[in-house]
Design a binder for this molecule. Sequence first.
Ligand SMILES: [Zn+2]
Length: 330
Amino acid sequence: MHKIDMHTHILPEKLPNFADKFGYGDFIHLEHHRKGFARMMKGDTFFREIAENCWDPQVRIPEYAQHKTAVQVVCTIPVMFSYWAKPADTLDLSMFLNDHLAGVVDDYAEHYIALGTLPMQDTELALKELHRIHALGFPGIQIGSNVNQLNLNEKQFFPIFEACQELNMAVFVHPWGMMGEEHMRRYWLPWLVGMPAETARSVCSFIFGGIFEKLPSLRVCFAHAGGSFLPTLGRIQHGYNCRPDLVAIDNPVSPDAYLGKFWVDSATHDPRLFKYILEMVGDEKICLGSDYPFPLGDLEIGAFLEKMDLGADVLEKVFYKNTLKWLYGE
Ligand SMILES: [Zn+2]
């Protein structure tokens, strides 16, 4: 069966030294210290070791073909968002990354679809880059779960979502800038606890901030099966019911009314959780997404789903049909 993996990350093999170029800041640069491997450095600090499947589109194709996947949706690695930098510099960096993504799609049109990145901290510049990548043929964007700790329902972001709706562009929300990160450095907690909480934060921002209500045609997909939003929806719903004075101040509509409205990826690593999510959002709103090529990803790209007895119809939707609807609309 045909598969599209809608949650994967890629980088250019060579990054300019943006810290030198801009004269400040811990921008990511790469140290290619041995063949096929590089260190991502955040200023002088080691961030992560990556292998060539992080930058070489050709190496990736046979690797994901092993898992019967023909197409990957690629976007940058969230640490590259750089929303903290001066807006003009984030625009410069975003344009560099987006041009690279456009090149990958040009070179391997049958194997890649790209989501762009924007300088979200500056609405005007974000809109400028959004229109530019739309003209380049990008079907959507990837954004962080917060922007310099501002929630996505803040007024300044609304014109960007409005433009996405107008341009028929999809939005992928990926956790980054994890809340409480500085207090939980050990045990990989920012990734294991912070990321799911961040994604729940972003879903709640869209719902309670009334963004889905104001932009009914906006198509948003949340990473990692929506993080902790769906597993804690009982609590969120009860909060809405018992304290509407706190929860329903900007949007009177019940949170559970939005189930089936937004998309989530399949990266649950657990068939029981997948079943629950499927029941919650419906079989048209879960998309195969692996988080390739990182170790916390579902690197067998949905193999656990094939063992689940979901039926061909549901599998077909999850493996590619839902992603096509999310990306391009009806
Ligand atoms: Zn990811």
